[in-house]
Ligand binder design. Structure first.
Ligand SMILES: CCCCCCCC(=O)SCCNC(=O)CCNC(=O)[C@H](O)C(C)(C)COP(=O)(O)OP(=O)(O)OC[C@H]1O[C@@H](n2cnc3c(N)ncnc32)[C@H](O)[C@@H]1OP(=O)(O)O
Length: 216
């Protein structure tokens, strides 16, 4: 490992540590019933820490120094990113074209009481369908996502997601996926069909050219 790679690995570990702390903070902030005065004290303390993190920030068109765009490392992806306070995070692996994802949604993801928000389910499915699409060798962006909600997705319950590509027609790729519980993987709670479109070179250049040139 070069010194640069070692530095980057340490930074990723630190970002993951911070992400873990933030996710716990979000979960506790969502569920706490401490006295009102404690809420106000906590808010003041959190603002102090926040100011320290804000000392040096990247702008919108700069990648995180810990990311590797072409290598698929996105530390702050809101679904899979270990550094994201918003991500469950969903852990995805792809074997023989089938993407499998695992996560447990905390109470910050609640929609109907005790169950996950429908938009969160769609977000998880968009991501895992995207991984199956990338693994098929036909990367593209989502242009359509149809979700069918068959049964509510329980919170605080290990979930199992799967996705695979069904069809590739020119630039258009169709993929399907499901959310189930790990305990009952044969009963889909939410299913989705997504259409992804591969970008033409001119589109890639227009949308991401600056980022790709900057990626080390
Ligand atoms: C590992 C990483 C995983 C990441 C997972 C997350 C993925 C995401 O969330 S991506 C973010 C959300 N998506 C976006 O922002 C994309 C927004 N859309 C766009 O920018 C444009 O539609 C773009 C650039 C993708 C394609 O534009 P353009 O080249 O003009 O497409 P266009 O020529 O109209 O259509 C191409 C093909 O797709 C089809 N298509 C386009 N839109 C749709 C649609 N809504 N439904 C079905 N088919 C569609 C067209 O019919 C056409 O098919 P065919 O070639 O067979 O005739």
């Amino acid at each position: 490992m070069t010194a640069d790679e070692t530095g980057r690995a340490h930074r990723r570990e630190a970002i993951t540590e911070l992400g873990d702390a933030l996710r716990t903070l979000v979960e506790h902030a969502t569920t706490t019933e401490v006295p009102t005065g404690d809420l106000l004290r906590a808010a003041a303390e959190i603002r102090e820490v926040t100011a320290r993190l804000g000392d040096r920030v990247r702008d919108r068109s700069t990648l995180s120094s810990a990311d590797d765009l072409l290598g698929g490392v996105r530390m702050f992806n809101p679904v899979t990113g270990a550094g994201s306070a918003l991500a469950p995070p969903l852990q995805i692996e792809v074997v023989a074209g089938v993407a499998t994802g695992r996560c447990t949604l905390g109470r910050a993801f609640e929609g109907p009481p005790t169950f996950a928000h429908g938009g969160v389910s769609a977000m998880l499915l968009d991501q895992i369908l995207g991984h199956a699409v990338v693994a098929s060798g036909n990367p593209g962006m989502t242009v359509r996502l149809d979700t069918t909600y068959r049964a509510p997705v329980p919170l605080l319950t290990p979930l199992l997601l799967t996705a695979q590509v069904q069809d590739v027609a020119g630039r258009r790729v169709t993929a399907t996926g499901t959310i189930a519980t790990e305990a009952d993987p044969g009963t889909p709670l939410v299913t989705a069909t997504g259409t992804f479109v591969g970008l033409r070179a001119e589109q890639t250049h227009r949308l991401f050219g600056k980022l790709l040139r900057a990626d080390p």
